[in-house]
Every structure is written in structure tokens, then in C-alpha cells.
Ligand binder design. Sequence first.
Ligand SMILES: [Zn+2]
Length: 691
Amino acid sequence: MRPLIRLAVSLSIAGAATVAHAQSNAPAERPTTTFPYTPGLDVASMDKSADPCVDFYQYACGGWMKNNPVPADQARWSVYSKLTQDNQRYLWGILDGLAAQHAGRNVNQQKIGDYFASCMDEKAIEQRGAAPLAPYLAQIAAMRSNRDLPRVLARLHMDFGDDAFFFGFDSSQDFKDSTRVIAFASGGGIGLPDRDSYLKTDAKSVDVRTKYVAHIAQTFVLLGETPEQAARGAAKVMEIETALANASLSRVDKRDPYKLLHKVNAKGLQALTPGFDWQAYLGELGQSKLNNFNVTEPAFFKQLASLLAANDVAAVQTYLRWHVARNMAPALSKNFDNAHFDFFSKTLRGVEQQPPRWKRCVRMVDQQLGEALGQEFVSRAFSPQLKEKSLHMTRQVEEAMAKDIDSLDWMSADTKKRAQQKLKAIVNKIGYPDQWRDYGAYTVKADDYAGNVVRGNIFEVKRHLAKIGKPLDRKEWGMTPPTVNAYFNPQMNDINFPAGVLQPPLFDPKMDDAPNYGNTGGTIGHELTHAFDDEGRQFDANGNLKDWWTRRDAKAFEERAQCIVDQYAQYTVVDDIKINSKLTLGEDVADLGGLILGWMAWQTEMASMPQQAKPALRDGLSPEQRFFVGNAQWACENDRPENLRVKALTDPHSPGRFRVNGLVVNMPEFQKAFQCKAGQPMVAEKRCRVW
Ligand SMILES: [Zn+2]
């Protein structure tokens, strides 16, 4: 299930999880009721035989990489994935109990317990086979011409919340007035991970496309078509998706909010797509009065209109049938589910086997009822003291940023003043929302998994559309509390740290300060720096897309950012594929800024300590060395080559090795801590620094 594209450009520390996390088929896997403890700085994760001045990532993470091969059910494995697995196993314990309990559950406990039970009931899912597809296939089959498309598509968007059905339709904050929520129509319509998946001509990309077409055909056979019909249909789907991919913006272009800003009224929207009746579409969504839209990619919608004119209804029906089956496959019987896994996880990302059922079900509860599940998680795993500690560190990092801005020699006083205003306006959200989501309108049944999935989609789509024209809800969160990740939202101008990311080994109250400031302090600094990266800097203190820079300061910023672009363009992701450093620029800038701010905050904390409390040598490492090792150890990872190829196209984050080595080469404090000499690999000849 893919949610409709989220247009608020949220910028997170880690890439989106692609498949569920954790070891599968481990003997006697059981849910837990306690958290396993992993220390915030783990000496066993280091490789002390490596020279920190030659390859610091190997030195800090070599042991981890050796001891943590990618599990069979994973595309990649990292410190973040491992903590995600710990959280999931803990949530499994909660859900297992609630699924078995029938009396005494509150409303939310009933929903998450019954959802989990329905998802775990493989026998019932198997018995229903492909039956959950039937009503959708019937609606598609009843289409008489492409004039019927708008109504059918609106119902599919409502029930699946998926922008792979021709395009995305959602609500989002107006770029120019962040207090207003308006409708957004955006590009989409493809099943492969990126537009470039259709356009690249190297042998591996061509091979993936061939296998994709074969998978589509296989799905049509499962739907009862002859192999000949199925092959023709699959070729048609590929033709339509390729045309849509061709008309889509690249991910680098989508990082420029001005390229996504095209406001139109209902007439203007209709003019883009003659032949597609928007009134019929909006009416079916219950939104017929809308007259204010942002169309992110007008060229895409023009292409859509010509595609619909050039293809008969049979072609459109074929395309829709594929996407219905693709979307629902993971909630259907094994023949659909396994075929879906074989292409989207095994072929595309190198995953060897399906994650165990419990893990998939925990993930789905988190996805569809995350704030109900989150309440259970937070009440057990996130104390007020932990919240207070996190807030203390956040404020210190913010004070560091204020000092840092003041000290910049490349920025004028005017721009500094506005940067400080923006920094002051940033809202800190720590742990969980002040106000929990009300799932009252979402009916969950213990014996209807596919129905629960669809009703959850509908709940979410309606919740998003209901925001249009209403005052902005500033309390809303874009991640669930158990999530091991964090983000900055430039239009909300807030930083968000779910309870799940404020746990050991990332944030470890039992550990000395140095690794905590290196790790979580660095993460807080990372999110804060996003407010001032190449994308975030274009939004002002109120979250509006508005240029608050003098021309000279903007130019000085761009020169410094270019240093980072040039640096990361040298690094290899996999095979001969280099980092697309224009795509990763925001994250690379945030990583470096985060480390600098974490360091500054740590210095402040140490200065406030009485002399006898000052840190000493520990595990044979000086406090300064512990800061840098602690920072690096958030990023330890192993990755499958297939997945790396997908990430090279889609992930705005650089691989872990460069999220560590790419930073320390620019840090004189690092070179001093490890006594690295000029000319060594971890000492850049020309240092980059933006913030
Ligand atoms: Zn980030």
C-alpha cells in the first residue's frame, strides 16, 4: 500500500524503510515485553585494526558490519533497522495480547488488536483468495468508454490512496500561504520506483523492466487471462507507464519547490486535460466545490490527456486492473502475495525471503492505526524524564545554531536577522503528538483483513481531503511514535522526533554525554539544518515559500553548497553508479551541519559541568573520540547491491559510509581528536562548510 504522495517536503534523517525489518525464521521467535539494551557506543561494533585517519567508517562500524549481515527478509540492514526491529518485536508483544483479549479493551485497543488478529489469520485470507478484488474488477469492467474513467478513478483513489493510479490527488499546505490547505494534483501512475526506472538504458535497468512486464503478465494470468492476453496487456501497461514516466519531473527537479508551484482554478485544471472530466472526478470524491488547486506537474497532466485520447477504454481497463491487483496483492492469498514479493522485493531489491507474518502485520497496524498503537508504545517506553532530557538537548542544539549563524563570515546582518527569526519560530515536537488522532470513523473487524486495509485507506484519504479549506492543524505529526526516524517540515517549520528514535543505542541515558551528543545531538542538528539547506532555506519563518535572502548571501550559500555537491559526486554507491549529489545535497548539508551543531552543543554542556564531572578516557577512547565514534555508529549498515541500485535513483540520503567519512574529512575537530595528518584520506585538501 502506498499512500498518496505527501507534498509537504518533509526531510528525514533516514531513508524510508522499503520492506519490513528483522531476522526471519529465527527459531522460536517470540514477542517481547522488554526492550533489549544496546549501548550508545559499542566497542564491539568498531574495527580497531582499521586506521581512523584512513577510513573512519570502517574504524567505527567495521565490527558492526561484520557481525550484522543483511537478514534474509531484508533489503538492507542498519543500526536504525535493528532498532526498528526491536520496537516491532515489542509492539508484537502488545498486539499479541490485545488480539487475544476480548473484554476490557478500550476503543483503540479493540481496533489495533482486531486489526492484528485479522492480519495474522492466514487461513481466512487464503480462503478468500482473490475475492477482495472482485468489486473493483467489476467497476472497471463496467466502463463503456474513457468518459467513465473520472468516476471509477475517484473511487479507486478513495479506496487505495495510491498515486500509482494515473496521478495523485491530496491536500497540502499552499506553498505561498502556509496557513491554507488546498488541493494538490500531482504526477504518478507508475509501478516501478522512479521515472528513471523507465528511461535508463543500461543492461540492469533493461533487465528489471523485462522482469516487471513478466510480473504484470503473471498477475493477469492469476486474474484468469490466457498467457497471450496477459502478455499483450502487460505490454500495454508498460507503454502507458513509460509515457507517464517520460512526462514526469526528475527527483532533482522536484526538490525545487518553484518547479512544483502551479496554482489553477477549476477552469484552469480542466484546460490542462481536455477529455478528463474533473467535475465528475471531484464529485465522486465529494469535493465538487473545489476551485483552488496546485498542479505540481502541468506537463504530466497534458501528457495524461493525450494518452487518454490515444488509448481506447480496453487499454485503460487493462492498466487499472493491473494496479488494483498490484495494490491489493499483499492482502490477498499466497499466489498473489508471493508473486508480488518475488518481483518488488526479490528481483528489485535482492530480498531473499518474505518477512515473517507477525512483522508484516505489526508494520501494517503502525501504518494504518499508528497513533492508536503509538499510545500503547509511548505509555510503556517513553517516560516524561526522557522527554525532558531530549528537549534539553534540542534547546542546546538550537542555541548552538543561533551562535553559529551569528558567527558566519559569509552572511550579511540583514539575512542573519531573518535566519534568527526563522530559527526562533521552529517548533520542537518530541516523542508523540499532544493530541491523538481519533479513529472513531474507522471500523476494524477481526475477520476481514482486506476490508480493514481498504477501510483504513478510505479513513486516511478522507482525513486528508477534509483538511482542505480548514485552519491548519499545527499539532499534526507525519510519523508515528514508534518510528525510528525524524523529520523537518519546512511548511510547518517544525522538527519532529518520534519516541522510537529516542531509544538506545541512538539516545542512551546510561551512556556518557559524548556519544549521545554525537548521535542524537547530531540528529537534532541534522533536522534543524534542514530548515537552512538548499530547499529549506527557500521557506521563511512562517513556512511560506518566500525569498528572505539578499542576492549576495544567496550566492555565497550556493557556492558553499556546490563544494558539497562536488565532494559527494566523487563517491560510488554501487558498481559504476556515483551518488547523484544534486539529489542528496539537502541531506549531505544537514549531516555536516548536524555534526557541527552536535559538537557545539556538547561543548556547551561540558562547559557547564563542575571540573570533577568532566569526562575522562573510556574504552581507550578520549571524550572527543567518543563523540565522533558515537556519531558514526548511528550510520552503520549493510546493503544489498540490488537495493543500492534502487536507492541511487530514489534515496535523497547518501550511503552510510559517506554519511560518516564525507563529514569527518571536513572537521578540523576530528583531525585533532585522532591526530590525523594532512594528506591522509580523512583530511580534505579543501574543506567544505555551509553552516
Ligand atoms: Zn534529513
